[in-house]
Ligand binder design. Sequence first.
Ligand code: NAD
Ligand code: GLY
Length: 363
Amino acid sequence: MTDSINTIHIDLGERSYPIIIGPGITRNESLERHISQRNVLVVSNETVAPLYLEQIVNGLGNRLVESVILPDGEAYKNLDVLNRIFDGMIEAGFGRDCCVVALGGGVVGDMAGFAAAAYQRGVALVQVPTSLLAQVDSSVGGKTGVNHAMGKNMIGAFHQPEAVLIDTDVLTTLAQRELSAGLAEVIKYGFIRDAEFFTWLEQHIDALLERDTDALAHAIRRSCEIKAEVVAADEREHGVRALLNFGHTFGHAIENLQGYGNWLHGEAVGAGMCMALDMSARMGWIDEQAKQRGISLIERAHLPTRAPANLTTAQIIELMGRDKKVMDGQVRLILLKAIGQAVITAEFEQHVLETTINSALDA
Ligand code: NAD
Ligand code: GLY
């Protein structure tokens, strides 16, 4: 079993930490080794806690462990529900020397992470991501936060964890739709940074959907390696980190307009990446064949390739104007120069953006 455990180091000076990936990680000594604090608050949700909370608590030996169980879903990723975590910490009498463990998907990870960033101006955090999306993306890199009714992830903080512990065994209980949503972020890494990985994904997408353990382990490892490189180069998103938002400017607008939770984050990113591919092709940056390869992989991952037809172009453009990448009032988009090579740009004609969205909305 030890041979199948991989450690990736994310190099951020005094905020550096390991990402440990392997089967059964939450049942071995990793948990105790990476949590030195005596007081531990495990934040989870009503779906994940019945499956994995007990094994986490057992793995924490003689520590004082309290838990806060949140309702499940993106619709609860807001400031009101966040307060329940603070209530739990204050009621338990926890001080600055406690550790928050985020046990769940990206929603739990983002909320528990934000609570850890803000509680008494910052306490330790360990991420134990349980969805594929959280394992390949949201648990790594220190972005935490909640949604506002008017915009996705509008309120938050950067707060790096002490460790990310990825137990690949927990994916066996993940719903198939959620697995596909996670694959959206995996595919994203191929698009923005690694043409070879993209080709590997074309060859292994069916194995991934069938939860082949070797294929999943490779996809998770390569995704975390790419994310670790990008975050180490630009922790606070002054430059290259924005590339991790490929497909997200369109996707966040779809998610918000559909009502949080109706389209999964990864599904909105899937459709958003197709829109970004189409726009890259309209600008002459990629050829039709590259665009079709991209759309075909997203389709094969059982993700939507078009935006929901009930939306309008004007609505999407308005929401895109609230994106966190907007600078001096100008929307900036992540587009492709080739598969494996993304750029951030404000150099596009408004009519090309409008045509791209119109065409994605066509019934
Ligand atoms: P999620 O947290 O809602 O989890 C998906 C569903 O799977 C939930 O119902 C959850 O309870 C369930 N689940 C999780 N693990 C399970 C398991 N092992 N077995 C059974 N069920 C399980 O959604 P998500 O896709 O994990 O994350 C999406 C969120 O992540 C969004 O809010 C998005 O904004 C955020 N995100 C953040 C970052 C970041 O850098 N912080 C990056 C990408 C996405
Ligand atoms: N998911 C985008 C980022 O972590 O920067």
